[in-house]
Structures are given as structure tokens and as C-alpha cells.
Design a protein around this ligand. Structure first.
Ligand SMILES: [Zn+2]
Length: 200
């Protein structure tokens, strides 16, 4: 079906359809986004869109509304502050992998994060995954609250060294949540605390 040019509508700022509430997949914020263009089902009927193009009022990045879905979609896990650049990039990658159901890739990136964190905290490079986990536990970075997760990750690590384990959404979600909590405790808390110290 060819594009019908008559159905493409630029939306002015005062138009009733110029705002759309959604959670931005770029910055994770709930925003009232600015709708700049609507491809409508019928001419001049803008409240029955096929596609809407929005700009996030918070991060000024573009998203698309298509048949009720927002693209890019939101990622699981939360935005964290104070992460070192490489770890931040890997954490975003892990979240993106999960959002597109790439569970094995997500788990691999989470392990990479654990390695980065351990080395950042003084572990030697080139160790096994389990030894990184042990290292963080030994140094007190893994608290009793997230110990249960740590054991789960260790178990997965043990299995995957001996055989290829099939992807499992719940297992990967637990891995990602564990990684997030670990990063929160190790980096974000310190980052937040340092803000207060500066103000003293
Ligand atoms: Zn945004």
C-alpha cells in the first residue's frame, strides 16, 4: 500500500492532539511528549492515528507510537546514577538485550558487568566468573539481602560452564535485577552520599 501524502499531518503546538503521555524509552521518564506528526487513518481525523511521531520533552529524543505500542520500548531495570562510563554502557546493553528477549546475551553482559565491577574494586583480571562473585562477597560488596541472588547466579554459572543451558526469561530477569542491585549498592549509594558530603 503506497503512502497517502494527504494522511500525513504536521501537528501544531496548540492542537488538541499535540501531547501524548508515555514512558520514554530513551530517558525512562514519564513524559507528556510533543506529538509532531500523525499519519492518520482518514483525512483530517487526527484522533484515529496509525502512527504518531513524538519528541520527549525531557531528553529531546524521538519515539514512535504505532498501534498502541511505543518504540523504542522501555527497558527492564532502573536508571542508575554514578556508574563508571564502561559499566553504564554495559548496564544499558544488558537492559536493551532483555527488552528484545535476547536473554542469553543479557546474561553474558551481566557477567561482563560483574567482571568490570570486581576489577574496578581490585580483583585481578582474567579470573573465572565465580571467583569474581566470591571476591565481591569477600570484600563485603554483596550484602546478606542480595546473597540469595548471588547464589542463584553462582548456580547458573556452574551449570553453564559444563553445558549449554537454554535461555530462561525468569532466570535472566533475576540475573539482571541482581546486577542492578549490586550496581546500586556499589556505585549509586556512594554517588548519592558524595552529593551530601559536598554540601556540608
Ligand atoms: Zn526521554
Amino acid at each position: 500500500m503506497p503512502i497517502d501524502e494527504n494522511l500525513i499531518n504536521n501537528i501544531g503546538g496548540t492542537s488538541q492532539v499535540s501531547r501524548l503521555d508515555y514512558k520514554c524509552g530513551h530517558c525512562d521518564r514519564h513524559v507528556s511528549g510533543r506529538v509532531v506528526n500523525i499519519y492518520s487513518r482518514t483525512q483530517n481525523k487526527l484522533d484515529d492515528p496509525i502512527i504518531q511521531f513524538m519528541i520527549c520533552t525531557s531528553c529531546i529524543k524521538g519515539s514512535i507510537w504505532s498501534e498502541g505500542k511505543i518504540i523504542p520500548g522501555t527497558k527492564p531495570g532502573e536508571k542508575l546514577e554514578g556508574l563508571p562510563v564502561e559499566i553504564e554502557a554495559a548496564y544499558q546493553e544488558a537492559r536493551s538485550c532483555f527488552s528484545i528477549n535476547a536473554f542469553t546475551a543479557c546474561e553474558l553482559v551481566c557477567r561482563k558487568i560483574l567482571m568490570h565491577v570486581s576489577v574496578d574494586k581490585g580483583a585481578e583480571e582474567g579470573q573465572s566468573f565465580i571467583s569474581y562473585l566470591d571476591y565481591l562477597e569477600e570484600k563485603g560488596y554483596i550484602t546478606p539481602i542480595i546473597k540469595e541472588w548471588a547464589d542463584l547466579i553462582r548456580e547458573i554459572g556452574n551449570q553453564s560452564t559444563h553445558k549449554l543451558i537454554p535461555p530462561d526469561e525468569n532466570r535472566t530477569k533475576a540475573t539482571l535485577m541482581f546486577t542492578m542491585e549490586l550496581l546500586r549498592i556499589i556505585y549509586e549509594m556512594q554517588h548519592v552520599a558524595s552529593k551530601f558530603k559536598k554540601n556540608e
